[in-house]
Design a protein around this ligand. Structure first.
Ligand code: GDP
Length: 295
């Protein structure tokens, strides 16, 4: 699959190198595989879990050919990725998607990609610029609104994010919007602050838009490796995250972070970003992801 070449190089090509260098299955083989997984940012816990399962299966099936170990590894990866799999679903209309995540992870870009996706499906889309802390955030979102031909509700820099959401909901109702996508400020340096800010936004949504289907998407950057896992765990403590969008998977050999996020954070990965263009956003699919990695 397009965009995952680097992840393939970083994980499977290296796994294959290891497997080819062995003529029989022994303890050292598993140690080498373990090292590949950790280097590819699968995370220590998840790696241990995978290797343990792998050793167990190889023993049970009495596998002696290293190349057959590959099939077992592939099926373990597929199982981890399929566990709790679910897609981003904006039906029934109206739906409000609240986007959270720290700055620089690709939040604005993902909003733009989603706006474009739903527009092309014939849905009425609106953006709410509720990251009022940075003027640049609203400007960036504005560019995406123009590019995708989407309505946007914005206030001035420093305005109350809750007021932006309030106005956006009012406008969305008046214009019969199907999908309202809210940007939020991603200042993680102070957890209490973040919780407070997001809390105010959710309170307004609860009060003003209870009929809307709600998605809370956390955007994390795959190139930050284990940081993505840490961010996911932190955001999960402050908001009811319904899904994760993992961006920039095209730019990293450490695509193993998908596995770490899947097995260490109990929230489904719903979207993956594999480039900067609007079409570079995919629904996460465990089978096609596994096939893209292992061929
Ligand atoms: P924000 O601060 O979280 O809103 O981040 P932006 O949306 O502004 O994105 C930061 C940078 O990452 C921009 O240069 C984007 O083009 C880039 N970016 C976002 N998503 C992806 C992706 O999936 N792949 C690649 N290669 N770049 C991305």
């Amino acid at each position: 699959k397009k965009g995952l070449e680097k992840a393939k190089q970083g994980i499977t090509d290296r796994i294959d190198e290891v497997l080819k260098s062995y003529t029989s299955v022994d303890e050292e083989l598993f140690e080498d595989l373990e090292e590949v997984l950790i280097t590819a940012d699968v995370g220590v816990n998840t790696t241990m879990e995978i290797i343990e399962q792998l050793e167990d299966r190889v023993r049970r099936k009495k596998i002696t050919d290293p190349m057959l170990v590959r099939d077992e590894l592939k099926s373990i990866v597929r199982e981890i990725l399929s566990n709790g799999e679910c897609k981003l679903d904006v039906e029934p209309s109206p739906c409000i998607i609240v986007m959270v995540g720290v700055n620089g992870v690709g939040k604005t870009t993902t909003i733009g990609k989603l706006a474009s996706r739903y527009k092309s499906e014939g849905k009425k889309v609106m953006l709410a610029a509720a990251d009022t802390f940075r003027a640049a955030a609203t400007e960036q979102l504005d560019i995406w609104a123009k590019r995708t031909g989407t309505d946007i509700v914005k206030h001035q820099e420093g305005a109350d994010p809750g007021a932006v959401v309030f106005d956006a909901i009012k406008a969305a109702k008046a214009r019969h919007v199907d999908v309202l996508i809210c940007d939020t400020a991603g200042r993680l340096h102070n957890k209490a602050n973040l919780m407070n800010e997001l809390g105010k936004i959710f309170k307004i949504i609860n009060r003003e838009f209870p009929e809307a289907k709600r998605e809370v998407l956390l955007v994390v950057d795959a190139t930050t490796g284990q940081n993505a896992v840490v961010q996911a765990k932190t955001f999960k403590e402050v908001a009811d995250i319904t899904g994760i969008a993992l961006t920039k998977l095209d730019g990293t050999a450490k695509g193993g972070v998908v596995l770490a996020v899947k097995s260490e954070v109990d929230v489904p990965v719903k979207l993956i970003g594999v480039g900067e263009r609007v079409e570079d956003l995919q629904d996460f699919d465990a089978d096609s992801f596994t096939d893209a990695l292992f061929g």
